[in-house]
Design a binder for this molecule. Structure first.
Ligand SMILES: [Fe+2]
Ligand SMILES: [Fe+2]
Length: 377
């Protein structure tokens, strides 16, 4: 039975020193290599025998969009204005501390709106940079699935997802270059997670790490920002990306649901542990330590405060609103001695278990078709 130490490299979930002791040391590297241990599989069974995946594949083919022509890149973005509009009246409250949080005696005590706006801008640069890096992770993972998954239906579908992910990297990268004011290198916790997923190489682990965990979180995070932002280009871009992501998560749920039936108790336990490790890495990355660093505040103090802020806690746990119901649908939550249920309880995210899972959500999210219909009307 694996311990916290073995799974996440520390005993206590909230051990701040341990979390912050890992940082990205290769911020100037241009390439990053991961050795995957997997076989590339041919299949000679060309029969399309999985109706759920066939349906998803057809949907994916008709829902393709073109980042260059379906989005209006001529829209001018005033980042400062966007940050102020999102913040309404209380800058500090908007940045996650909550209106009630007492900032007296903290490094933020003397911050005026000017610093909070600057922080809001950096925070947006950071967030979208991490999305872009995560999208590249998805591109690589899904290309890997094309090679490793044994079913022809899944190879077909994954091929469409590879195209989707290329488009997602393209839009985030272009938005960062043309509309925002700076890039951040990949966050170390996100990198560790992507490295682990890719290195494992077993096709179902790639799915669990990427389609269920990373993309489940992305779907929730994009939804949150989509709802909040007043900037029309980002709003439409996220709406389109989310429609694709909903299919990707459905792809994971459909495929794993079938496969997990074949697995033994200890094999399922290994999947539970992997899901937990991924959840912790993703939570760690949202402490956005690099932004505090760039703002010149003491990272330890800032992160300690942020961890105590109620609004932040609510936001962080919301990010798991898709992951937990999907894990439940896959049977991972309660398999064996309900190990994953206990871990998700410890992480403070178990309350989402009965929220809608993402198995069918994609069907109602055909944003591209909706827009085409509207423009032909
Ligand atoms: Fe994506
Ligand atoms: Fe995706």
């Amino acid at each position: 039975m694996a311990t916290n130490q073995e799974l996440i490299g520390r005993k206590e979930l909230d051990d701040l020193e341990a979390i912050l002791s890992i940082s990205n040391k290769d911020v100037n590297e241009l390439e990053h290599a991961i050795r995957a241990s997997s076989d590339s599989l041919f299949t000679w069974d060309y029969q399309q025998s999985r109706p759920g995946l066939v349906k998803l594949y057809e949907k994916a083919k008709s829902s393709q969009w073109n980042a260059a022509t379906d989005l209006d890149w001529s829209i001018d973005v005033d980042q400062e204005q966007v940050v102020m509009a999102n913040a309404a009246q209380n800058m500090a409250a908007q940045q996650g501390f909550g209106a009630q949080f007492d900032l007296a005696g903290t490094p933020f005590e003397k911050w005026t709106d000017k610093e909070w706006v600057e922080f809001g801008i950096e925070s947006q640069n950071w967030t979208l940079s991490q999305f872009m890096h995560g999208e590249q992770g998805a591109l690589i993972c899904t290309a890997q699935i094309v090679e490793t998954v044994p079913w022809i239906d899944a190879k077909y579908y994954a091929a469409t997802q590879v195209m989707d992910e290329a488009r997602h990297v393209e839009v985030f990268s272009r938005y960062l270059d043309e509309k925002l004011s700076g890039h951040y290198p990949i966050n170390v916790h996100l990198q560790m997670l992507l490295d682990d997923i890719i290195a494992d190489g077993r096709w179902d682990m790639t799915y669990l790490g990427m389609q269920i965990m990373v993309e489940g979180l992305a779907l929730a995070a994009f939804g949150f920002i989509h709802q909040m932002t007043t900037e029309p280009l980002l709003k439409k871009m996220l709406r389109y990306v989310m429609a694709d992501e909903a299919r990707h998560v459905a792809f994971g749920v459909l495929s794993l649901k079938e496969y997990y039936h074949e697995l033994s108790g200890p094999e399922i336990r290994e999947r539970q542990e992997f899901a937990f490790e991924a959840a912790v890495r993703m939570r760690d990355r949202f402490l956005q330590q690099e932004v505090w660093e760039r703002m010149g505040v003491d990272v330890r103090e800032a992160v300690k405060l942020i961890m105590q802020a109620e609004d932040r806690r609510v936001f962080q746990s919301m990010l798991f609103s898709k992951i937990v119901p999907n894990c439940k649908k896959l049977g991972l939550l309660d398999a064996g001695d309900a190990w994953l249920r206990h871990r998700f309880t410890e992480l403070g995210v178990i309350q989402f278990e009965d929220w809608v899972d993402t198995g069918e959500e994609y069907a109602s999210l055909d944003e591209v078709a909706k827009d085409r219909e509207a423009s032909n009307a």
